[in-house]
Ligand binder design. Sequence first.
Ligand SMILES: Nc1ncnc2c1ncn2[C@@H]1O[C@H](COP(=O)(O)OP(=O)(O)OP(=O)(O)O)[C@@H](O)[C@H]1O
Ligand SMILES: [Mg+2]
Length: 487
Amino acid sequence: MNQNGIYSILTLLIGRFVISFVASILPSEYRRILDTWAKSLANYLTPYAFFEVPEFYGAGGNEIYDHVQTYLSSSTAIAAHHVSLCRPKNATRNTFSLAHNESIEEEFMGVNLWWTHHVSQRQGNTVNWGDVPLDEKRTYTLKIRKTDKTRVLEPYVEHVIATAKNLKDRTRDRLLYTNVKGKGGYNKRVWESVPFKHPSTFDTLAMDPEQKTEIKADLLDFTKGEQFYQRAGKAWKRGYLLYGPPGTGKSSMIAAIANFLQYDVYDVELTEVASNSELRKLLIQTTNRSVIVIEDIDCSLDLSERVKAQKKKAQETQEAISRVTLSGLLNFTDGLWSCCGSERIIIFTTNHIEKLDPALLRSGRMDMHIHMSWCTFPAFQVLAYNNLGLKKHELFPEVEKAISGKAITPAEVSELLIKKKRNPTAALEGLIHDLHKTKLASEIPEVNILEEKEDAISKRTDDSLLADAGGIEIKTKEEIKDPATTL
Ligand SMILES: Nc1ncnc2c1ncn2[C@@H]1O[C@H](COP(=O)(O)OP(=O)(O)OP(=O)(O)O)[C@@H](O)[C@H]1O
Ligand SMILES: [Mg+2]
């Protein structure tokens, strides 16, 4: 401490002593005035400024208090001596906060700052937070030198808020939403949620490593693309179409994407959505940084002339049918109002890409078409590690030979391995045995369906799709290929 500091403290102590002596011999009304003066004098002499951040402000909570709490939680556990350790009900993580009167010090822009947490009994009325009455008053106090205040305070508060938001995003429990069955109605919830805890990640996903890297890079590009999308005048969203036979990992891929990006997942059950306007209502209530999923799109949407026959049959049998039309869905994927949210990934899945309407496949609508296909040897290696903990084995070369070109899905391989997971060698022998009996993929007509689809479009002579697509006109193959052509 320098001479000036010692001088200030001495003056403060002597001043206080003199004031309390004088106060003791004065009548009470003068004592109060003197007390106020004493406080002003102390404020004038102290080199610090203090900022209080109360937990509640007015009738509600104080967002900055929450941010400070989150911000300090990471360093509190390490730096403070006295820490409150809590885990809110149903949460999966512990939270740390400073105990009463505990302080921590930190440095920002070369300046020292101190945070202290005060907890006191609330006088008079208690505050209700949700249904819980709170009789404690909690406040964080930030202490900073008066001389540093102007330069450092504003950037420091920005830094606290940004770090806290980032931390919350990384550590919060994510949610899986599904649309509520039946009518939501005014003021009713349209989504119900459960914690999203799917274990699938890109590491556990069995697929071609190059394809995996490409998808991850695409996702990362997307998350960093705010400025790009703004500059290009596009909505900040990206669409993926996952297609392939059952059991090839489409749903696992969705979970891996959500885990990779740390996004919530909205699983739209289209057959439960009564109309286009209901679909719109649902989608407006999704949050940013989320993955919106419509699985088995070919089964849930009234897509083509062929479906009309099924529709008629369904009507006859009183089955529930979806009344969401293709135009409703297209409005959602690239219509004007889809811009009202940002940072959304939209994923459609199908087992039958050949049944999908070309309007949905058209370039620019779904940004990436991802083919999930039969199990290759690199995909098998991932499954062998996931299920048997094997990185290598003397039977691997034999598996590589046997699996090449076979029509076996990763789900089938997984199942075969898990059956004998206690005995990896037996599991691999069993797999090789089954592979020898498995058909070649080439024997199963899995043509390049996208190309076939485009040929079909160019051959199309009638405009039957127009009616189905709710006014969407599909003309030529060239138009379909031209991303500039919009509806
Ligand atoms: N590519 C894969 N990588 C890792 N596991 C996989 C993969 N494909 C399938 N599996 C395993 O098989 C199970 C079924 O896979 P998943 O549900 O992802 O397939 P799907 O393609 O969505 O099938 P469907 O078309 O029937 O919905 C998963 O629980 C997973 O354990
Ligand atoms: Mg699936």
